[in-house]
Design a protein around this ligand. Structure first.
Ligand code: ADP
Length: 272
């Protein structure tokens, strides 16, 4: 695959072309054994229509005498294969909602079902296992581990899931290739541009073949041109990896390329 970024000096880099068009091609034309292992977990051709179903979802933060009611009794239904944007003013509870749907945090009340899992009922250990296997997270500032290289960052979820180091490395390198960064494998996050870090974060989110991709302001810190290339890549991997994706964003262009937009404001969630 061609290199998608050109270094301009002083560490600045510009993405010349999104890697999106070649993502599927890279995976298909270069299937290492770890990729082939995907067949062990085939996606059903006709998955159940609602992958996520949340009812009576309530989050209240309480500490001492302070009490923040973020939202109460929300109902959320997201179909398998949908790409949904969540928009709304700062502080409306978008990140909180994302964290509840992905099992990063627990609701004060209500239920969250993701595929066959009622995650409101899972123990902490099972919830961690559920997150590792079913969900890929992308955070606004990427949250890459600074002391590890790009390929090591991507390998990490597989190593936590007890994959062999060799299989994890093969899978991570194939994803680096797919996001157009094969030649940056040994670079640490501090040696990568913001756009390159976003690509590494996306590769890491996909490494365990999640069903659900959750992203919190994935291009919030990027310039518009770099953001566009990441948006295209997100859309492409959503399709090619047959994901269900929920993306919290302030970026109108990113919201536009999603199938549906949910507005969260004043504790109310409405379709936009
Ligand atoms: P958004 O993502 O829409 O900007 P958040 O979900 O981050 O909103 O936050 C929603 C509300 O919950 C905000 O008022 C925020 O201050 C509050 N909040 C978030 N996390 C905590 C916490 N750990 N303790 C108390 N309040 C919190």
């Amino acid at each position: 695959m061609a290199d998608n970024s050109k270094t301009l000096g002083e560490g600045a880099a510009v993405e010349t072309q999104p890697a999106a068009a070649s993502f599927q091609q890279a995976i298909v034309s270069n299937p290492p054994s770890a990729i082939a292992a995907r067949e062990a977990h085939p996606r059903p051709d006709n998955p159940p229509s609602a992958l996520i179903q949340a009812d009576g979802l309530t989050k209240i933060y309480e500490s001492g005498s302070s009490r923040v009611v973020v939202f109460q009794d929300l109902q959320v239904e997201i179909a398998a294969g949908e790409m949904v944007a969540v928009v709304g003013p700062s502080g409306a509870g978008k990140s909180t909602l994302l964290h509840l749907l992905g099992g990063l945090d627990r609701a004060s009340r209500g239920t969250v079902k993701v595929a066959e899992f009622d995650i409101s009922k899972l123990s902490d250990v099972d919830l961690a296992r559920f997150r590792n296997r079913e969900i890929g997270f992308i955070f606004q500032f990427h949250h890459l581990l600074p002391e590890f290289s790009a390929v090591e960052n991507i390998m990490m979820p597989l190593l936590i899931n007890r994959s062999s180091s060799r299989a994890a490395r093969e899978r991570a390198l194939s994803l680096l290739e797919a996001v157009g960064l094969r030649d940056r494998a040994t670079h640490r996050p501090g040696e990568l541009s913001g756009g390159e870090q976003a690509r590494v974060a996306l590769a890491r989110a996909l490494v365990a073949r999640p069903r659900l991709l959750l992203a919190d302001e994935p291009t919030g810190d990027l310039d518009s041109k770099t953001s566009e290339s990441i948006h295209s890549l997100l859309k492409e991997v959503h399709r090619s990896q047959r994901l269900t994706s929920i993306i919290v964003t302030h970026n109108e262009r990113l919201a536009t390329i999603c199938d549906r937009v949910l507005h969260l404001e004043d504790g109310q969630l409405r379709n936009g």
